[in-house]
Design a protein around this ligand. Structure first.
Ligand code: C5P
Length: 311
């Protein structure tokens, strides 16, 4: 009789990018991280992370933003898979394949998304059956934004961004993203924020009630009025051209705009899908941005794709 055992089929997980609707930054902690009060929203630009049983650990990357993603041991998806294996006594390596649609070093959590995607994919491949909270716990060890991308949606982040609480929202918000062809280093932007603040005393950040009511209302005008990012000035200080992109998009009809995370991506909030198409056309024609993408949010976090939808 032949053995009934067959090697598990590859698993593909789709994982979204994020934008911070509010990013309030406190003074640096002793460990160098900054305490945050932030509101994340997951938006529909996705990386796909596929894991396949293999003889050795490896990672390969393709797609429009493959350049600049490390494929050595520093790759966050690879680190995530190895960490999950180590914590669960799994000794079989996997080959990871990442289809990269989220810009690298763009302030949209591209690397963190791949870490979250690898955790969810390996959990399914190895049939571990971990709960979302257990995956988020492991995700915290990989980076401040990784836990949020496990669950997605809209959530408040505190601590260094890794402690999450759900936020009630209504409706769908439409975004246009102006991408830059040069990334910004997150530590450099935080350091510039500290430098610009100098000796001015900075209190502990606290989420603002106006943001919560804007999200509950589902009104993009209300949300546009309360978008706020303490890292924006620092990103503009390192990349003065970004201020022009922001004012350009606002002049072309965006309701509001903000540097996404630590930049350099600029996120514009628009009234509806049609307004998004108009703004994307105008921004592209202006030549202000290296690339322009539209997406809506909130969307779900990392999720396994049915095999038929994998392409
Ligand atoms: O957590 P993660 O590895 O994504 O953070 C990257 C870098 O961003 C950190 O090394 C730190 O310099 C900076 N950071 C910070 N405060 C945070 C989150 C990130 O200073 N809350």
């Amino acid at each position: 009789m032949t053995s009934a055992w067959t090697e598990p089929a590859p698993v593909t997980v789709r994982v979204p990018a994020k934008v911070n609707l509010e990013l309030l930054v406190g003074p640096p902690r002793e460990d160098g991280y900054h305490p945050l009060a932030t509101v994340y929203q997951a938006v529909g630009i996705y990386d796909d992370v596929t894991v396949t049983p293999a003889a050795e650990w490896s990672v390969a990357v393709d797609g429009p933003y493959a350049d600049g993603v490390p494929t050595d041991e520093t790759n966050l998806a690879l680190r995530a898979a190895r960490l999950l294996a180590g914590e669960n006594g799994i000794e079989e390596p996997v080959a990871l394949a990442i289809r990269k649609e989220i810009p690298v070093a763009g302030g949209m959590a591209g690397g963190s998304a791949d870490g979250a995607g690898a955790l969810v994919a390996c959990d399914a491949l190895w049939d571990l059956g971990l709960h979302k909270e257990e995956l988020e716990e492991i995700a915290r060890e990989l980076g401040s934004d990784v836990p949020f991308l496990v669950g997605g949606g809209t959530a408040m982040g505190s601590g260094r961004g890794e402690l999450l609480a759900p936020v009630l929202t209504h409706g769908v918000f439409h975004w246009v993203f102006a991408l830059s062809d040069l990334g910004l280093s997150t530590p450099a932007v935080y350091a510039e924020c500290d430098r610009l603040r100098g000796d001015v005393p900075v209190g502990m950040p606290a989420a603002k009630p106006a943001m919560m009511s804007a999200l509950r209302s589902g009104d993009p005008h209300a949300l546009a009025a309360v978008l706020e990012n303490d890292l924006q000035e620092a990103a503009f200080s390192l990349r003065p051209d970004l201020a022009e992109v922001l004012s350009g998009g606002l002049g072309m009809g965006a309701l509001g705009g903000i540097v996404s995370g630590s930049g350099p991506t600029i996120a514009f909030l628009v009234e509806d899908k049609e307004a998004g198409i108009d703004l994307a056309v105008s921004l592209t024609a202006s030549g202000l941005a290296a690339d322009v993408r539209r997406a809506s949010g909130p969307v779900h976090g990392a999720h396994v794709l049915p095999a038929a939808r994998v392409h």
